[in-house]
Design a protein around this ligand. Structure first.
Ligand SMILES: [Fe+2]
Length: 233
């Protein structure tokens, strides 16, 4: 059993080897890939139980005793196919640094504070139109040691699961106007300028909540000429 998807969107995705992004030198394959046929259970087996997504998992600001520090934001959008149709019921997960640019992770020891009220992970299931919505705080930029004075632009990691485990896609969402864009080898590992722009959310004043939170829209296009660049292609 083989699923066939259009392949023109593959041009949008970063090459496995992007030498300016240093870890790809060791991480990228040295030999041509061996294509394995997917098994029936990989293509049709259940990925996750709908019941495991809880009602408030989309709100990263209410996971602890108090609210996290930082700028509260709404991030929402649609998961879309190549024809602009919503992809219903996709599992959308995100993870991110806190407002100071620090992750809760053993290898993130740079001198910025952890926030006891912020874990930095959330998930939700898109509705029947492919619409999803998160409430979180705006992540900070952080240093990452790729080269001298290397800083990641503020970003949120996204994972989208479709109908099967092998359909997982991973990308990063950025914020408009970030001065770090020209200096970030990960952002620039997507070599096509228009494709890079599709990783940048748009400020959404219409859905900004007065006195409460700014809003950003980020549509995730799974394939086709408007595909969002993905890390796992
Ligand atoms: Fe990150």
């Amino acid at each position: 059993m083989t699923l066939t998807y259009p392949i023109e969107s593959l041009k949008a995705h970063p090459a496995r080897l992007s030498p300016d992004y240093r870890s790809t030198i060791k991480r990228s394959p040295q030999k041509p890939l061996v294509i394995m046929r997917h098994t029936l259970s990989e293509l049709s087996g259940p990925v996750y139980g709908h019941e495991t997504v809880r009602e408030h998992d989309h709100d990263l600001t209410i996971q602890h005793k108090s609210e996290p520090l930082g700028e509260r934001i709404i991030v929402h959008g649609h998961v879309l196919d190549e024809d602009g149709r919503g992809v219903p019921n996709a599992l959308v997960e995100l993870w991110q640094a806190n407002a100071c640019g620090r992750y809760i992770h053993a290898v993130d020891q740079h001198p910025a504070p952890l926030d006891p009220n912020f874990t930095g992970a959330g998930r939700t299931q898109a509705d029947s139109q492919g619409y999803y919505r998160f409430i979180t705080i705006k992540p900070g930029a952080y240093p990452w040691g790729n080269h001298h004075n290397a800083w990641r632009p503020a970003h949120i990691h996204f994972s989208v699961f479709g109908h099967a485990f092998v359909s997982r896609l991973v990308t990063q969402m950025y914020f408009p106007g970030d001065p770090l864009f020209p200096f970030d080898p990960i952002f620039n590992s997507v070599t096509d300028e228009k494709a890079r722009a599709r990783m940048i959310s748009s400020f959404d004043l219409e859905n900004t909540k007065p006195e409460w939170a700014l809003c950003y829209r980020f549509n995730i296009v799974l394939r086709g000429k408007n595909a969002t660049p993905m890390e796992t292609k």
